[in-house]
Design a protein around this ligand. Structure first.
Ligand SMILES: Cc1cc2nc3c(=O)[nH]c(=O)nc-3n(C[C@H](O)[C@H](O)[C@H](O)COP(=O)(O)OP(=O)(O)OC[C@H]3O[C@@H](n4cnc5c(N)ncnc54)[C@H](O)[C@@H]3O)c2cc1C
Length: 383
């Protein structure tokens, strides 16, 4: 029978990063399984590529800060042709309450070492002249935030993982987990069962399905999110930051000479659906034209939808399960998984191999969802 020291379920950026960090720690016998035709076929491949440390809770800020440092050294460390464009993230507040909350978040961010500036509407226009700012009460900007192509970074991990001996298979879905005597024993696939004492659930929006195979509930639901892009536009500079309207939740960034736009549909129910709602795409475009009036004549050249993997408090789940032993979960990044993937992989490798972690992830276990613990903490950023 096939054997592995660790089997990772899910060939997105989280699974790939965990495999890399385990391999770098000396684990020789790692198998990574992806159900789709290629790695990154799901959320990772649909992602907008935004990377930021401007969050509202300490752990999200710390995961992002550690990841930004890793993105900065990624090309050299991995020998991969990747680019991390540190063009910054600009969050615009359009009412006093939002602005007050944004300034409170900045205090927390600065206390943890994030370099973030407060900008007036005029300063926003110095940065991006095309933005309509007559209703902007204030904005926050961190120049170290930025953009990257998730495919490039995923391929960086995939290539390096192969060099390190990770056996990674696409088109090999996990259909069951074998548990005996309260311990993980193996992973079932149509191509045969792999005997293993450890399984890492990095199945993103499908993580609840994988957990259920071992009789475990993890509160992660799939929620459809849309993106649209324009054809090239002469007035969009490649140095423009990621621009976020805190009011509508619209975000926009330069993409292939044009603009990428995304926004959350407020009443989108959880479901495994990624068909494009054309009416909603027009709502995104309308919100974008409202913020950048010169977009009125822009041609929309593509639109797609992918799944956010959403937990009740919009924080990821890092868990070393005790029932069954040998099962680990690293999923539920709630739309922040690309930007937090380097630190997530490193932290997960520590949790698996050392049973303790450099970053304090004690708040990110499943216990927080018990009625006594799950109180008062939610990531409030709108995107
Ligand atoms: C429209 C959109 C925009 C986004 N923008 C950003 C952004 O700007 N910045 C950011 O950081 N994040 C963003 N995200 C979120 C980000 O894409 C995710 O948080 C991240 O990709 C999660 O990575 P993952 O590896 O957990 O999930 P995935 O990439 O979905 O990987 C999980 C994999 O598990 C596989 N799988 C599932 N079931 C099985 C099974 N039974 N057997 C084998 N394999 C299985 C799936 O096929 C999938 O490939 C965005 C997401 C969307 C949809």
């Amino acid at each position: 029978m096939e054997r592995a020291e660790v089997v990772i379920v899910g060939g997105g950026i989280i699974g790939a990063s965990i495999a890399y960090h385990l391999a770098m720690r000396g684990i020789k016998d790692i198998v990574l399984l992806e159900k789709e035709l290629f790695f990154g076929a799901e959320s990772t491949g649909k992602c907008a590529g935004g990377i930021r440390a401007q969050f509202t809770t300490p752990i999200n800020i710390q995961l992002s800060l550690a990841s930004i440092a890793a993105f900065e050294r990624f090309a050299e460390e991995m020998g991969a042709p990747v680019a991390f464009h540190q063009v910054g993230y600009l969050f615009m507040s359009t009412d006093p309450a939002q602005w007050e909350a944004a300034q409170r978040a900045v205090q927390l961010q600065r206390s943890l070492g994030v370099e973030v500036q407060l900008l007036t509407a005029e300063q926003v226009n110095d940065l991006v002249p095309d933005l309509r700012t007559d209703d902007v009460v204030g904005a926050t900007y961190s120049a170290k935030d930025g953009l990257a192509d998730p495919h490039e970074f995923l391929q960086g991990y995939v290539k390096r993982n192969r060099e390190l001996g990770v056996r990674a298979f696409a088109q090999r879905p996990v259909t069951g987990l074998e548990v005996k005597g309260g311990r993980i024993q193996g992973v079932v696939t149509p191509a045969g069962t792999i005997s293993t004492p450890r399984v890492v659930n990095a199945a993103g929006a499908w993580a609840a399905q994988i957990a259920r195979m071992a009789g475990v509930d993890v509160p992660i639901v799939p929620v459809r999110r849309h993106i649209a892009t324009t054809a090239p536009l002469p007035f969009i500079s490649t140095t423009y930051p990621m621009m976020v309207d805190n009011g509508s939740g619209l975000y926009m960034h330069p993409e292939s000479g044009g603009l990428l736009m995304g926004m959350a549909k407020r009443d989108e129910p959880p479901a495994y659906r990624t068909d494009v709602d054309e009416d909603f795409v027009m709502e995104i475009v309308g919100a974008a034209v409202d913020r950048i009036p010169s977009l009125e004549t822009a041609e929309i050249n593509s639109a797609w939808a992918g799944l956010y993997e959403v937990t009740p408090d919009h924080h990821a789940i890092f868990e070393a399960h005790t029932e069954p032993e040998g099962l680990f979960t690293c999923a539920g990044f709630s739309g922040h998984g690309f930007m937090q993937s380097p630190a997530a992989g490193e932290t997960m490798a520590e949790l698996i191999l050392d049973a303790r972690t450099t970053l304090d992830i004690s708040d990110l276990g499943l216990a927080r969802f018990s009625t006594t613990n799950h109180q008062g903490r939610e990531e409030v950023m709108v995107i």
